[in-house]
Design a protein. Structure first.
Lengths: 461, 353
C-alpha cells in the first residue's frame, strides 16, 4: 500500500524547513534507513531517513522549496507492483490517528474528574501546634538536635545518619555526639569528603525506601551537591507522576558563624525556598530544633533543615517528651504585640526579640513572628498580624536581593495592601560577600539597633 | 528520519555470515535454550521497533522536546536484564526507553509518556527522560549527565542496608564517565562494598564528541582502578556476551564483593537526540556498524542457523511486535492530555502519620 512521507520535525522548535536536496529519485528502491533527502532547519542541515520501505513513487515537494510545513506530505512511497498513478489517496502513516476528535477523547477516558475551569492551587493547612502542658527542661539547641535524631532512630530502623565526621569524630559541631555508640556503624556513617556523591547516594537510598538524614558540615559545602538536592530530591516526585517519594533530611549549619569569611558564611534560605518540591525549615530555639527536626525526619518529602552554628550552644526551655513534635509550615508568634509586626527566622528571631524588648521601653509594642518554616511559608499568620499592626519589618541574615524578606514583603503587599500604613522594610545582611575583619563582619550582619530603627520608621516615630 | 524496516531486515541478514562467529562461541556461553534466544530476540526487536515508532511520532510533532533513541544498543540492556533477578533495581540517564521496556514496563505507558498524555508512566509530567516504575524496580530516567550514578549507588546502599539481595544496575554513557560524581560514587561503593554494577554504555560519542576527544584514557573499563573496582570490556552488540559477562559482574556484586564495572562497546545508529545532524561521524561508519554488527540481525541469524526457529516463525514475531508497537502508538495519541488540575499535584506527598 502506498504511504506518504511527511515533512518531519527535526528539533523541538522546528515548524517548517527547506527541502535542500533529494538524494533519491522517483522510481528508486528505498530501504528503511536510506537517506531520502536533506532538509535545512532553523539550526542545521539534516538527513531524512526513510521510515518505511518501498519505491519512491512520487516526489511531491521539489528540491529548493522553502518554508515546507512540518507534517506536509513531501513524497509517496509505493510497493512493488503498484503504480505511481495509484497514489492519489495515499494515507499518511499515522497522521490519521494524530488528532483524535473531542468525542473520541471523551469516550476513551472513563474516569473524568470534575475539572475546575482554571486550575486552582490546593492549599493544605498545616496541623496546629499541639497543646503541651507537660514537664519542661532546659537544653541547648545542640542537645535538642541530637535527641531528635536519636529518638527518631530508636523509633524507626530505616532512619540513618550520614555525613562528614558524624560518627567517630562525634560530629564536627558535636551534634551527633553519642549516636555511633548507640546505633553502630551501620546507621551512623562517616562519609568521605564528597558532598555531591553522598547527597546523591542519600537520595538514591531514600528512593529505595530508607529515611536518610544527610548532614552537611555546613550548608556552604552543600553547594557542591545542589544539583542532587534540587534536580534529584525535589523534582523526582513530580516528574514521576507521584511515584517516587524521597523522604530525606538535609541538615547542617547555615549562614554566618564567626570570622570564617565569605565562602563559609552564606545563608541559603532563599536559594532552597525558591524551589518547589521540598520543605525548608529554619529553627531558632531548642524547642523549634527538636520539634521540627523530628517532624522533618517523619516527613515523606525532602526537607532542608537550616541550623545556625551560633545558636548551637544557646539554651532554651523545651518540652521533656520523646513524642514532642512541631508542625512544619506553621509559624510561631514569639511575642504578642499591637504596633508593628517583625517577621524573622533562625538566629534573627533572637535579634527581633531583643529589639522588641527595647522598643517596648520606648512605648512601641512589637509582635515577633518566628517563621520556623520558610517553605511552605505560614502566610496566614503573617497576614493576620499585619492586619492588626498595619506595619511590617522583616529580619534575616541573608542577602536582601530576592531574599526571604522580599518574599515576606510581597506577601503582605499582595494580601494585605489596604491594611499597611507604611511600606514594609527589610532588615537583612549587607549586600557584600562576608568580610573576615571583625569590625567589618559585625557591620555586615543585622543587629537589634537596625531592627529598632526599621520598626520606628514604619511607625513614623 | 525514522527507520522502520518492517520485515525487510531479514533479507539483509543472509549476506552477513562473516560477522557471525558468535554462533560458535555461543555454545560455550551460559546454557541458553532456543526459547530463551527467541525471547532475547523478541525483547531487542521490541525496543528497536518501539524506538523507530517514537522517531516517527517525533517527526510528526507528537513527541516534543528531547528524544534520545536507543537504536543499536539493544543487546546491552536486554542482556543485562536477563542476567539479573527481579530483586535488582535499574537506573539510567536519559536514553532510557530501552531500559524501561526491558524491565517489563508497558509500551503503551512509555509511549504515552513520550506524547505527554495522562496514560503515561508519569501522567505526562516527566516525558522521555523522566519515567519510573516502582513495581518494576526501574528508578529512572534522569536528565542530568552522571547524576544517576550517585543515585544508583544509593539504591545499592539500600539493597545492602535492607539485605534484600538486590543489585543495582547503574547505567551511564561514555560521556558521563568524565563527571566527578562518578568517581565519588566509585569510591564509596568500593569502600562500603555496595552491590552495584556500573554499566558504561560506550557508544563512542558523548553527544558529538568522540571518546578519543573527551577521555585521556579510552579504556573505560579501567576507570575503577583507582578504587579497586574490577572492570571488563564487553561486546555490547552481542547479547550473549552481555549475558555472560553481566552474569559474572552481578554475581560478584551480589556475593558481597562490592561494585563491578562493565564497559559495553556499543553503537547508536541515530543522532544523540532527534535534532542531531550527526556531522561528527561518517555515514559509512554508521552503515558498516549496522551491516556487520547489528545485535538483532546477528541473533536472528544465530537462531535460524541453529534451527531454533524458521523464517515463518520469526516473521510472526516481527508481526506481533509491530502490532504491540502500533497499539502503543495509538494509545499514546488517544490518551488525553493530563487534566489541568494535575499541574499542582505530586509536588509533595501528604504525611501519613
Amino acid at each position: 500500500m502506498a504511504t506518504q512521507v511527511l515533512m518531519p520535525a527535526l528539533s523541538p522548535t522546528m515548524t517548517e524547513g527547506k527541502i535542500a536536496k533529494w538524494m533519491k529519485s522517483e522510481g528508486d528502491k528505498v530501504e528503511s534507513g536510506d537517506v531520502l533527502c536533506e532538509i535545512e532547519t532553523d539550526k542545521a542541515t539534516m538527513e531524512v531517513e526513510a521510515v518505511d520501505e518501498g519505491i519512491l513513487g512520487k516526489i511531491l515537494v521539489s528540491e529548493g522549496t522553502e518554508n515546507v510545513a512540518v507534517n506536509a506530505p513531501i513524497a509517496v512511497l509505493i510497493e512493488e507492483g503498484e503504480s505511481a498513478d495509484d497514489i492519489a489517496d495515499a494515507p499518511a502513516p499515522a497522521a490519521a490517528a494524530a488528532a483524535p476528535t473531542e468525542e473520541e477523547v471523551e469516550k476513551e477516558e472513563a474516569p473524568k474528574e470534575e475539572a475546575a475551569s482554571a486550575p486552582a492551587q490546593p492549599k493544605s493547612e498545616p496541623a496546629p501546634e499541639p497543646e503541651y502542658d507537660g514537664p519542661m527542661k532546659s537544653q541547648t539547641v545542640r542537645e535538642a538536635l541530637r535527641d531528635a535524631m536519636a529518638e527518631e532512630m530508636r523509633r524507626e530502623e530505616k532512619v540513618f545518619l550520614m555525613g562528614e565526621e558524624v560518627a567517630e569524630y562525634q560530629g564536627a559541631y558535636k551534634i551527633s555526639q553519642g549516636l555511633l555508640d548507640e546505633f553502630g556503624a551501620k546507621r551512623v556513617i562517616d562519609t568521605p569528603i564528597t558532598e555531591q556523591g553522598f547527597a546523591g547516594l542519600g537520595v538514591g537510598a531514600a528512593f529505595h525506601g530508607l529515611k536518610p538524614i544527610v548532614e552537611f558540615m555546613t550548608f556552604n559545602f552543600a553547594m557542591q551537591a545542589i544539583d542532587q538536592i534540587i534536580n534529584s530530591a525535589a523534582k523526582t516526585l513530580y516528574m514521576s507522576g507521584g511515584q517516587m517519594g524521597c523522604p530525606i533530611v538535609f541538615r547542617g549549619p547555615n549562614g554566618a558563624a564567626a570570622r570564617v569569611a565569605a565562602q563559609h558564611s552564606q545563608c541559603y534560605a532563599s536559594w532552597y525556598a525558591n524551589c518547589p518540591g521540598m520543605k525548608v525549615v529554619a529553627p531558632w530555639s531548642a524547642s523549634d530544633a527538636k520539634g521540627l527536626l523530628k517532624s522533618a525526619i517523619r516527613d515523606p518529602n525532602p526537607v532542608i533543615f537550616l541550623e545556625n552554628e551560633i545558636l548551637y550552644g544557646q539554651s532554651f526551655e523545651l518540652p521533656d517528651d520523646d513524642d514532642f513534635t512541631l508542625p512544619i509550615g506553621k509559624a510561631k508568634i514569639e511575642r504578642k504585640g499591637s504596633d508593628v509586626t517583625i517577621v524573622a527566622y533562625s538566629i534573627a528571631v533572637g535579634i527581633a526579640m531583643e529589639a522588641a524588648e527595647k522598643l517596648a521601653e520606648e512605648g512601641i509594642d512589637a509582635e515577633v513572628i518566628n517563621l520556623r518554616t520558610i517553605r511552605p511559608m505560614d502566610t496566614a499568620t503573617i497576614i493576620e498580624s499585619v492586619k492588626k499592626t498595619n506595619r511590617l519589618v522583616s529580619v534575616g541574615e541573608g542577602w536582601p536581593t530576592c531574599g526571604i524578606g522580599s518574599e515576606v514583603s510581597s506577601i503582605a503587599m499582595e494580601q494585605a495592601f489596604d491594611y499597611l500604613d507604611a511600606p514594609p522594610v527589610r532588615v537583612a545582611g549587607v549586600d557584600v560577600p562576608m568580610p573576615y575583619a571583625a569590625n567589618l563582619e559585625k557591620l555586615a550582619l543585622p543587629k537589634a539597633p537596625q531592627v529598632i530603627e526599621a520598626a520606628k520608621s514604619v511607625c513614623y516615630v | 528520519m525514522a527507520r522502520a524496516s518492517k520485515s525487510g531486515a531479514s533479507s539483509k541478514s543472509a549476506a552477513k555470515s562473516t560477522s557471525r562467529s558468535k554462533s560458535k562461541s555461543a555454545a560455550k556461553k551460559p546454557e541458553v535454550t532456543g526459547e530463551q534466544l527467541l525471547s532475547y530476540y523478541r525483547d531487542m526487536l521490541m525496543i528497536r521497533r518501539f524506538e523507530e515508532k517514537a522517531g516517527q511520532l517525533y517527526g510528526m510533532g507528537l513527541i516534543g522536546g528531547f528524544c534520545h533513541l536507543y537504536i543499536g544498543q539493544e543487546a546491552v540492556v536486554v542482556g543485562m536484564t536477563q542476567a539479573g533477578t527481579s530483586d535488582d533495581s535499574v537506573i539510567t540517564s536519559y536514553r532510557d526507553h530501552g531500559h524501561m521496556l526491558a524491565c517489563g514496563m508497558d509500551p503503551k505507558g512509555v509511549m504515552a509518556e513520550l506524547t505527554g498524555r495522562r496514560g503515561g508512566y508519569s501522567k505526562g509530567k516527566g516525558g522521555s527522560m523522566h519515567m519510573f516504575s516502582r513495581e518494576k524496580n526501574f528508578f529512572g530516567g534522569h536528565g542530568i549527565v552522571g547524576a544517576q550514578v550517585p543515585l544508583g549507588t544509593g539504591l545499592a546502599f539500600g539493597h545492602k542496608y535492607s539485605e534484600d539481595g538486590g543489585v543495582c544496575h547503574t547505567y551511564m554513557g561514555d560521556g558521563a564517565v568524565n563527571q566527578g560524581q562518578i568517581y565519588e560514587s566509585f569510591n564509596m561503593a568500593s569502600l562500603w562494598k555496595l552491590p552495584v554494577v556500573y554499566v558504561i554504555e560506550n557508544n563512542k560519542y558523548g553527544m558529538g564528541t568522540s571518546v578519543e576527544r573527551a577521555s585521556s584514557n579510552v579504556e573505560l573499563h579501567e576507570r575503577g582502578a583507582a578504587h579497586d573496582i574490577p572492570g571488563m570490556q564487553v561486546n555490547g552488540m552481542d547479547v550473549m556476551d552481555v549475558l555472560e559477562k553481566g552474569g559474572k559482574a552481578l554475581e560478584h556484586a551480589r556475593s558481597g564483593k562490592g561494585p563491578y564495572i562493565l564497559e559495553m562497546k556499543t553503537y547508536r545508529y541515530r543522532g544523540h537526540s532527534m535534532s542531531d545532524p550527526a556531522k561528527y561521524r561518517s555515514k559509512e561508519e554508521v552503515q558498516k556498524m549496522r551491516k556487520e554488527s547489528d545485535p538483532i540481525d546477528n541473533l536472528r541469524h544465530t537462531i535460524l542457523e541453529a534451527g531454533h526457529s524458521n523464517e515463518d516463525e520469526m516473521k510472526d514475531i516481527d508481526k506481533e511486535i509491530k502490532s504491540i508497537v502500533t497499539s502503543a502508538a495509538e494509545f499514546a495519541q488517544q490518551s488525553p492530555e493530563p487534566d489541568e488540575s494535575e499541574l499542582y499535584t505530586d509536588v509533595f506527598l501528604e504525611a501519613s502519620a
